[in-house]
Design a protein around this ligand. Structure first.
Ligand SMILES: Nc1ncnc2c1ncn2[C@@H]1O[C@H](COP(=O)(O)OP(=O)(O)OP(=O)(O)O)[C@@H](O)[C@H]1O
Ligand SMILES: [Mg+2]
Length: 435
């Protein structure tokens, strides 16, 4: 129906009847006032509202618009198509452009709503398309057994069979650049203030000089060496600097008390090779802050490495899976003492072929940049209250659509929001996962 034909009151009354709103007193009043004012903006707003309601009526109360197969597939080359289930109440497959995974995606859903199953479908499709999958496994350790399904996975338990000298810069990255990155990520993920940052930079420069790293000795101090240096450093009295030193030492203590073996090395595993394989990093017994620091520094490592190599614009190469996203990108209230290191990477990773897929059951506690920078957003069944209100706003849903978040979605069903569909949400069902 074209709008100019509708801008007559008969057409509008007919639309109100189809929407079953013709007997609604508020609508009747609005129609009456419109008949008198002839205001186009009011007319357009009412048409939009009634059209949507008429569509719902046509679909037996189902409040989501249908998606055509033509729109779903448009612009996606056949070898870049990955399918994740199908659009509810239709036979249209839900197809994602593999390359769009580099624009990142986020999956919300309450406990047991099917997040991990969605991620497993994505992992399967990525492997089939030869995209390297990197999984950070946290509390639930859902992925440590994935090699039983997909033999190509290497599983590292970070607290047992891993060697990582965080002090060793990626090949091609200057020592100074690495010092700055390391210090910033360490301080922000451990809520250390500017003074600690300055002290760490100074002390790092001293130790790298001592080891000849600035002069290309190829030898790097370990975290233990650094701990030794900073604990022995004489700092006068009860000053701000000495308090900063104590805070740094307290943070380092937590690493070395429990996991000294992991960091006791001059050169660890070649990190670039991790990203050339399919890998699960199981965080084992590290604390929340440590998980955040280690995952962030690994991601910065590959990012700076690819920059140093000029490795840009080659399409999607890695998908990084972060189930239980609260560990990786928590919402922060004071950005000067804490931040989610990945907020910068969200912006920058795309050009270097790395897509981030994050799942969480608590959108309310998630860093804002994840919402802004995720091209595909999916919400499975969530619950009620604040979480729903947030998703309703972000997905631009109306009340009827939002009701689905609070119990009308079955396990494995998710509302999808993506700019490719003009921001119009629709529901997708994925099947149970089968390897
Ligand atoms: N698409 C689906 N179809 C049928 N059953 C499903 C589907 N997705 C998940 N399930 C079942 O629901 C249960 C929970 O699924 P899943 O582990 O994927 O949820 P989750 O959101 O990751 O849960 P948690 O919050 O505990 O991590 C599993 O037993 C799984 O078999
Ligand atoms: Mg899960």
């Amino acid at each position: 129906m074209r709008q100019q034909n509708l801008f007559n009151m008969n057409g509008l009354f007919e639309l109100a009847r189809l929407a079953k709103m013709d007997k609604d007193p508020t609508t009747q009043k609005r129609l009456y006032l419109l008949g008198r004012s002839n205001n186009r903006n009011v007319f357009n707003a009412l048409v939009k509202e009634l059209r949507h309601k008429a569509l719902i009526e046509k679909l037996d109360g189902y409040p989501f618009s249908p998606v055509s197969e033509e729109l779903m597939l448009s612009g996606i080359p056949s070898n870049d198509r990955i399918q994740l289930g199908q659009v509810k109440k239709s036979a249209v497959p839900f197809v994602i452009n593999l390359q769009d995974l580099a624009k990142h995606c986020v999956i919300f859903g309450g406990t047991g709503s099917g997040k991990t199953t969605w991620l497993m479908h994505m992992i399967k499709q990525c492997l089939e398309k030869n995209i390297r999958v990197f999984i950070f496994d946290t509390e639930k350790r859902d992925y440590r057994g994935i090699f039983k399904i997909y033999k190509e996975f290497l599983v590292f338990d970070l607290s047992k069979n891993f060697k990582f000298n965080v002090m060793q810069p990626p090949p091609g990255v200057s020592i100074l650049q690495w010092i700055i990155t390391l210090v910033q990520v360490f301080c922000k993920t451990h809520s250390l203030l500017n003074l600690s940052e300055a002290l760490l930079i100074k002390e790092f420069k001293i130790i790298f000089q001592r080891y000849g790293s600035f002069d290309n000795s190829g030898v790097y101090p370990s975290l233990l060496d650094f701990y030794d240096q900073i604990t022995k450093r004489y700092i006068k009295g009860n000053s701000n600097v000495s308090r900063s030193r104590d805070s740094i030492v307290a943070r380092l203590d937590t690493y070395l008390e429990t996991h000294a073996d992991v960091f006791d090395c001059s050169t660890g595993f070649p990190i670039q090779e991790l990203f050339e394989n399919n890998v699960v990093i199981d965080f084992g017994t590290f604390t929340e802050d440590q998980k955040r620091f280690l995952s962030s520094i690994l991601m910065y490592w590959i990012f700076l490495y690819r920059i140093a190599k000029g490795d840009k614009g080659k399409g999607l190469r890695n998908a990084i899976i972060m189930d239980e996203g609260k560990f990786f990108a928590p919402k922060v209230n004071n950005s000067s003492i804490a931040f989610s290191a990945i907020s910068y990477l969200y912006d920058q990773f795309r050009a270097y072929g790395v897509g981030l897929c994050l799942a969480t059951h608590s959108p309310h506690y998630l860093e804002e940049s994840v919402f802004v920078n995720s091209y595909h957003k999916v919400s499975l069944s969530l619950g009620t209250g604040e979480e729903n209100t947030k998703i309703k706003r972000i997905f631009q849903m109306n009340d009827e659509q939002c009701d689905y978040l609070g119990g009308k979605l079955s396990v494995g069903e998710g509302i999808v929001h993506c700019p490719r569909f003009g921001g119009e949400p629709f529901v997708v069902q994925v099947p149970p996962f089968q390897p």
